[in-house]
Design a protein around this ligand. Structure first.
Ligand SMILES: [Zn+2]
Length: 251
């Protein structure tokens, strides 16, 4: 018994997640841009959706919120400051708040940088963080609404989680992220082997992301993996992170 985490490939390269408390059959959905693939998995597993969870307001993470909320009579959670722009928003969260899916508790980290209202959901007992578009495997999100200082602070907060914590991020960007990481740190052997592994995993990827099986998914990584390979988590200063982010934007 514990938290079952289903990775559902959605949109172009997005991950939606279905989180199931195995003891009670209650479930939460993290970041759903489209309804059908998520509903299909919910029905296959025959679980009861009690939470619709958003990491941030971008449409490729939230467009299906209103339809999910209506179909399952479930509240939609997001950062309190996104009340007016997160589709379907009903329940505001802030740093340190907790939510409960069945017996599985998560605490909220406020990590603005990619957007001003970005949060992460940390399931401590299950050892999993849902980091949206802030921390990716091998990378970080673009600074659409924040600055390098904010991303540096977000990396520090996420980086302080236990090393074995699994990182479930918002997109399958790992391979291209690690190509950039290898460019930034050509002598980093952990990056080289992570890149080799990502290339193997992605070598036979389905033409349509919706058809992706777990065998072709590089997510999750772990916080320890990110400490070893991620050029943004590894940046030694705000300035270094800012330089790397600007470089990646046009890489
Ligand atoms: Zn985004």
């Amino acid at each position: 018994m514990g938290l079952r985490i289903e990775r559902i490939p959605t949109w172009q390269d997005n991950y939606s997640y279905l989180l199931v408390c195995e003891a009670t059959g209650e479930a939460g959905v993290v970041d759903a841009p489209e309804l059908d693939p998520v509903v299909k998995r919910i029905e296959e597993l025959d679980v009861k959706v009690t939470h619709v969870l958003s990491t941030h307001h971008h449409p490729d993470h939230s467009m299906a919120n209103p339809a999910l909320a209506e179909k399952y009579a479930a509240p939609v959670y997001g950062h309190i400051t996104d009340a007016d722009r997160l589709p379907g928003f009903s329940n505001g969260l802030e740093e340190g708040d907790t939510i409960q899916i069945g017996n599985e508790a998560a605490h909220i980290l406020f990590i603005p940088a990619h957007t001003k209202g970005h949060i992460a959901y940390v399931f401590d007992d299950a050892g999993a963080v849902f980091s949206g578009d802030t921390l990716f495997a091998g990378g970080c999100g673009r600074l659409f609404e924040g600055n390098p200082q904010m991303m540096f602070d977000a990396m520090a907060k996420l980086g302080a989680l236990p090393g074995e914590t699994r990182v479930f991020c918002g997109h399958e960007y790992t391979e291209s992220n690690l190509v950039f990481a290898a460019h930034v740190e050509p002598d980093n052997t952990a990056v080289a082997s992570a890149l080799e592994n990502a290339r193997k995993v992605r070598a036979n990827a389905a033409a349509d992301w919706h058809d992706a099986t777990p065998a072709e998914m590089t997510v999750p990584s772990t916080i320890a993996d990110e400490h070893a390979t991620n050029p943004f988590l590894r940046a030694g200063s705000v300035e270094e992170l800012g330089r790397r982010r600007a470089q990646k934007d046009s890489f």
